[in-house]
Design a protein around this ligand. Sequence first.
Ligand SMILES: [Zn+2]
Length: 344
Amino acid sequence: MKAVRFHEHGGPEVLKFEDAPDPVPSADEVLVRVKACALNHLDLWGRNGLPGVKIPLPHISGCDVAGVVELVPEVERTLTPGMEVIVNPNIACGRCEKCLLGKDDQCRYFTILGYGVDGGYAELVKVPRTNVIPKPQGMSWTDAASFPLVFLTAHHMLVAKAQIQAGETVLVLGAGSGVGVAAIQLAKLYNATVIATASGEQKLRKAKELGADVVIDHSKQSIFEGVRKMTGNRGVDIVVEHVGKATWDSSIKSLAKGGRLVTCGATSGAEVVTDLRYVYNREITIYGSFMGSKGEVLQVVELFNQGKLRTVVDSVFPLENAPEAQRRMENREHFGKIVLTVSS
Ligand SMILES: [Zn+2]
C-alpha cells in the first residue's frame, strides 16, 4: 500500500510518501480502506518525538479515520466488508478493571490509533473490531474523519470532568483549534454562555458563527482582563485549557469561585507556574483530561446523527501532501480540522 511514514523524528520533512507493507489484521481486528484521515496535534508530537515516549519506527500517524471495511475477522457478527465506517481512536486492553468500569481512557495499556500503533496516513489500517462505528448517514468522508478525536476530547472535558451545568459560563481557549470548535458547540448544547478566544477578525467571526456569545482577540487583549470585564469581575465557571504555558496563569485567574479548569494539552509548553492562593481561596478544581471513554465516542456520534453538532473542516489535502498539511497546523493558520484524503 501507499502510506506516509517517518523513519526518524524531526520536522515535516521527515514525512515520506512511500510504499509500505499492507497491515495484517489479527483474529480480533478489522482491516479498513482509508478514505479520509484528519490531522491532530498528536501527529506533530509523535513526529517530533516526546521524551520518555517510544514510538516504533517507521511510523504511520493518523488518529481519525473514515473508510470502508475491507476485511472482518471470523468472530465478527455485525460488520461486513463494504460498510462505511469511522474508527474510534481509543485503543485499550478491554479486560482490565478500568476498561470494564467504562474508564478505558485510564487503562494502563491505553494508546491512540496513529500514536502508539500505526494509523490512517495510509491506504489501509488495521483496528480492533470494537473500534469500528457506522459512519453517520449522509456525512462526507472528510467530515466523518474530522470529528471523533476532538469532539470526544471536548465532551470528556466538559461533561465527564467539569460536569457542565446549564447557565454556567465557559471560557474556550483557541476557538479555531479542533478542541475549541468542539467545546464551543458542546457548551452551547448544554446551555452555557461561551467566551471564546482567538487571534484575528476572521477567526473571531467564525467562533461567533459556531455559537460563542462573546469573543476575545488574545493578540490584542489580555484574556484575563477580557474575562473580568465580560463577567463583571465574577470570572468563569469552566476553562477549557489546551494551550499550557502561554495561557495558564490567565486561565487560573479567570476562574470564578468554585471554578473548574480542565486541561487536555500544552501546545505552547508544559511547564507552568500556578499561584496556589487562587486555587485555595477560590476553591478551584484542576482536572487533567486525556481523550475519553469508548462509550463517550458513541454519545458524540449520536449527537451528530441528531444534527445537534456540526463538523468544521478547514482544509483538505491529498495524502501525499501531508507535510504541507502539518505545516499549516504548526503555523496555526487553520480554523477547524485539516483532513487528508486517500484515493485508492
Ligand atoms: Zn484495560
